[in-house]
Design a protein around this ligand. Structure first.
Ligand code: HEM
Length: 518
């Protein structure tokens, strides 16, 4: 009995010791495997709530609420917006890490919104990942599609002329005009004529339809905020918006398919082999689509989505910038007067200011640059990190969404004097310090204190075109009109909500003819 009791005791002991050993071993392994993530040092982050993360800390004006958080958590912080983890960049040094030092690591973007309702999902260029298709299209943009912008000069002149004639009529009839609406029409017609000029009619039906569809798609897509936030709702079509989105994109698809077919039929009838100079960008895209030897085989869906993305990138940002420029000029009569004097002294009093005058109008150029500094139409630049990397001593995991707060960077008091004031003089060459000035003038995204067009290889493809349009339009509006605000002296300088940098209140004013060039 004793011996069996002893052997039972020793068996229990052995089991206990083994159990203890297993627990110790498990603890060691756990500590060891746990120690790895602990070694990672993520950017500082405010305390988060379950599910919504940091959403309760973000108000409707996203750039400003991110700025408030950055004051507390630093120029590189990590936040969680519902299901998405993002890093937020709030000064020029860190922006340089992202846009230059780690250029390739952050050369990707992501599709936002519900991919299951977007028939073009996975075909994006602007929203596409860094890869063969994006590289191919970027090269095509630089060498063919947006190259030789001079050849679109007559289109720009014609559309600006149309705007001026409309404003002269409003002036004669003492009617107000909604400048934001007119600028959007200008940009939409311009983009349509540049992309598919042969389909453009003076009545502008196709261009109008394009705008209507693009606006509708954007409006429905914006309603998916709730689903984005709560990752688990991503596949639920809560209010039927998914169905509406799919239907509207399908309508757009039919519309562009018809345009493409018309081009294809025309090509067959005419058997044309024109120079690239004579081709509309859509013809260059179709040629690439047919080319069996093309480096990358592009699909019909990619062409259609590319056109939609270009419209969205070009129309709203440029028309928002034009509105801001006019708002600041109306609110600063001295600057308005100085610009008109510059135009009069270079152009004279007998003809309309032209694109070719712009190199001789440094004050006009400075006004446009200062407008984009104070009011970037894309105040938050979106990127995605491709692989795990270290930024400023912090770990950033692959797939982390990256928000560069261009709004706060371009108003950083450490980089700019009187950062919140509209002072175009700061961009006049003589006022620049050696290292600061010239790079800003060149505007090639190498000075990370000034990033209205982003920077690096994913920087904006439309910079030159955007400057040409903005400079010529603002020059003409100052040369030809005085402006009076409906119901007040000053324009309400308030930004709208969300990601956009557009004005909150429509810019409604009376144009008063000063000079009629026609
Ligand atoms: C004032 C007007 C404009 C502003 C402020 C602006 C700003 C921007 C910004 C901030 C980006 C993101 C850059 C980055 O991630 O580093 C971008 C991208 C882009 N923009 Fe613009 N843009 C303007 C006009 C235009 C126009 C007129 C076009 C076309 C004709 C255009 C075409 C594009 C394209 C294709 C991209 C994506 C480039 C890529 O992913 O490689 N933009 N733009």
């Amino acid at each position: 009995m004793n011996s069996s009791y002893n052997s039972l005791l020793s068996m229990i002991n052995i089991s206990l010791i083994s159990l203890l050993l297993i627990i110790v071993l498990w603890l060691i392994i756990k500590t060891f495997t746990k120690s790895k993530p602990n070694q990672l040092r993520f950017p500082p982050s405010p305390p988060a709530l379950p599910i919504i993360g940091h959403l309760h800390l973000l108000s409707s004006g996203l750039p400003k609420s991110l700025q408030t958080l950055a004051c507390r958590y630093g120029p590189l912080m990590q936040i969680r917006m519902g299901a998405s983890t993002c890093i937020v960049v709030s000064n020029a040094n860190i922006a340089k890490y992202i846009l230059k030092t780690h250029e390739i690591d952050f050369a990707s973007r992501y599709e936002s919104g519900p991919s299951q309702y977007n028939i073009y999902s996975g075909s994006g260029f602007i929203t596409g990942p860094y890869g063969a298709y994006w590289r191919f299209m970027k090269k095509l943009c630089a060498t063919k599609l947006f190259a030789q912008l001079r050849r679109f000069q007559h289109i720009r002149e014609k559309e600006i002329e149309k705007l001026l004639k409309f404003l002269l009529r409003s002036s004669r009839e003492e009617e107000t005009c909604d400048l934001g609406k007119e600028f959007a029409t200008l940009m939409n017609n311009l983009t349509f004529r540049m992309a598919m000029g042969k389909k453009f009619s003076e009545t502008g039906d196709e261009a109008v339809q394009m705008r209507r569809l693009a606006v509708e798609i954007m409006a429905i897509a914006a309603k998916f905020g709730v689903n984005e936030v709560f990752g688990f709702l991503k596949n639920v079509d809560l209010f039927g918006n998914g169905k509406k989105l799919r239907e509207t994109i399908c309508k757009y698809d039919e519309f562009v398919e018809q345009i493409i077919k018309d081009y294809e039929e025309n090509d067959q009838i005419n058997g044309r082999e024109n120079d690239d100079e004579d081709k509309d960008p859509i013809e260059i895209l179709l040629e690439t689509y047919r080319d069996t030897n093309s480096e990358v085989k592009i699909t019909r869906n990619q062409i259609k989505y590319f056109l939609m993305e270009i419209f969205l990138a070009s129309v709203d940002s440029t028309s928002a910038a034009l509105q801001w420029a006019m708002a600041e000029l109306i609110n600063h009569p001295q600057i308005f007067k100085k610009l008109r004097e510059e135009i009069n002294s270079v152009v004279g009093l007998t003809r309309l200011v032209k694109e070719s005058d712009v190199p001789n109008l440094p004050y006009l150029r400075a006004i446009i640059k200062e407008t984009l500094r104070l009011h970037p139409p894309n105040p938050i630049i979106h990127r995605e990190c491709i692989r795990d990397c270290k930024i400023n001593g912090f770990d950033v995991k692959a797939k982390t969404k990256t928000l560069i707060n261009a709004h706060v960077i371009m108003r950083d008091p450490d980089a700019w004097d009187q950062p919140d004031d509209f002072l175009p003089e700061r961009f006049l060459v003589n006022n620049f310090s050696e290292d600061f000035g010239q790079t800003l003038i060149e505007m090639r995204g190498q000075d990370f204190r000034y990033i209205p067009f982003g920077g690096g290889r994913r920087g904006c493809s439309g910079v030159t075109h955007a400057y040409l349009v903005m400079e010529a339009t603002i020059g003409a509006l100052v040369q030809c009109f005085d402006w009076k605000i409906k119901g007040g002296e000053k324009v309400d300088i308030d930004v709208g909500s969300g990601y956009s940098g557009a004005m909150a209140v429509p810019l409604i004013c009376y144009p008063i003819t000063h000079f009629d060039p026609f």
